[in-house]
Design a protein around this ligand. Structure first.
Ligand code: UD1
Length: 355
């Protein structure tokens, strides 16, 4: 089979690695189409280099723009790439504008379409990611769901006949790259093993709202331990504004975005992880670090039920209370994400449907 896989944003580069390995092992050909949504070295190329994924076959270089312009450019460019490369099946992954643009281009040609990381719902349609997920699920022919909750969500929308529970590629990725984690970064950043908090904060709903962003920063600055905050490009302007206005930094240290192998080392050695990223939340779980999610809800509810994840509001009181709770680590860490078998189950499902 010839499969085109559309990627464009940071988490998709990581998830491409285990899937490509499994497809190649079974004699399929994957054409990697990079939309160019993420383009800075530390947001894009470093991931391909570290994870040993060959450079994309096609780079569409759409760059940054508003949602409408970016999605429109992606649809147009992906359609052209699909007409040129003529794949049998198209794969999109996650909930970014690259996912939605890739899905619409494929669905309209039409080409058989697979959605990896299908069925996640926050229930909040103000999030661009929620809109992207819902539309992508409804135009895809095969839905590969990472968790039991995702399968339930798809059932509720009448999509269960196209859905398969596969587990999560991020878990496969974590297991296969854990040995290579760049552990030296912890010392280089002057952090003590198990004695710091790791912070990431970049979602539109947090970085577009100064009051909300300030609430989170003030709470994080009040933490009684040192912390490290690798700043995503989207959050840079807000962090600068917060500091210019004299917002307290407490023991927070800022650094640029880190590579994947550095992030997994930082997650493993952290006492606790504060994040609004779904990927970092899951990686913290694999690393055995409790996490506090800086959002009103999470799509990865199983972690909350297992007692490893707490939600926090943008206030000092809420953040400190979540931090205290996170220190009581549960004894059990159940296998929520498929134990590293997701890529295998995905390729089984793709072969069964389209092979
Ligand atoms: C996107 C996803 C988000 C995901 C995140 C992972 C959507 C709607 N959102 O958000 O779900 O968690 O990727 O990182 O697709 N920029 C740079 N350099 C880059 C890329 C972006 O400077 O390489 C800047 C641009 O000014 C851009 C801003 O960051 O406007 C945001 O980038 P964008 O691609 O719109 O979305 P993300 O916030 O990265």
């Amino acid at each position: 089979m010839k499969l085109a896989h559309v990627v464009g944003a940071r988490p998709q580069f990581m998830q491409a690695a285990p899937l490509r390995r499994e497809l190649e092992a079974r004699g399929h050909r994957e054409i990697l189409i990079h939309t160019g949504q993420h383009y800075d070295y530390e947001m894009s190329r470093v991931f391909f280099e570290e994870l040993g994924i060959p450079a994309p076959d096609v780079n569409l270089e759409v760059g940054s723009a508003g949602h409408g312009a970016m999605t429109g450019r992606i649809i147009e460019a992906v359609e052209r790439a699909l007409l040129e490369t003529r794949p049998d099946v198209v794969i999109v992954d996650g909930d970014t504008n690259s996912t939605l643009g890739g899905a619409l281009a494929a669905a309209k040609l039409p080409l058989p379409l697979v959605h990896v990381e299908s069925g996640l719902r926050s229930g909040d349609r103000r999030m661009p990611e929620e809109v992207n997920r819902i539309v992508t699920d409804h135009v895809s022919g095969l839905l590969l769901a990472p968790t039991a909750t995702a399968i339930e969500n798809l059932e509720r929308e009448g999509l269960s006949d196209r859905a398969t529970l596969t587990g999560d590629l991020m878990c496969d990725c974590y297991i296969s790259f854990r040995e290579k984690a760049r552990r030296a970064v912890v010392g280089e950043l002057g952090l003590g093993e198990g004695a710091y908090a790791l912070i990431t904060l970049h979602r539109a709903e947090n970085t577009n709202d100064p009051e909300r962003f300030t609430g989170f920063m003030k709470g994080l600055a009040a933490l009684p331990l040192p912390s490290i905050f690798p700043v995503h490009p989207r959050a840079r302007a807000m962090v600068d504004l917060y500091r210019r206005k004299g917002g307290p930094m407490g023991q927070i240290r800022l650094t640029g975005p880190r590579s994947y192998l550095e992030m997994i080392a930082l997650e493993e050695a952290a006492e606790v992880v504060f994040t609004d990223s779904g990927g970092v939340q899951r990686e913290a779980y694999h690393a055995g670090a409790p996490s506090v999610v800086l959002r009103d809800n999470t799509e990865w509810r199983e972690q909350v039920e297992a007692g490893w994840t707490y939600l926090a509001m943008p206030s000092e009181e809420s953040i400190l209370s979540a931090y205290e709770k996170s220190r009581r680590r549960p004894e059990e860490r159940p296998d929520i994400y498929g134990g590293g078998e997701a890529a295998k189950r995905m390729v089984d499902a793709i072969e069964a449907r389209f092979g």
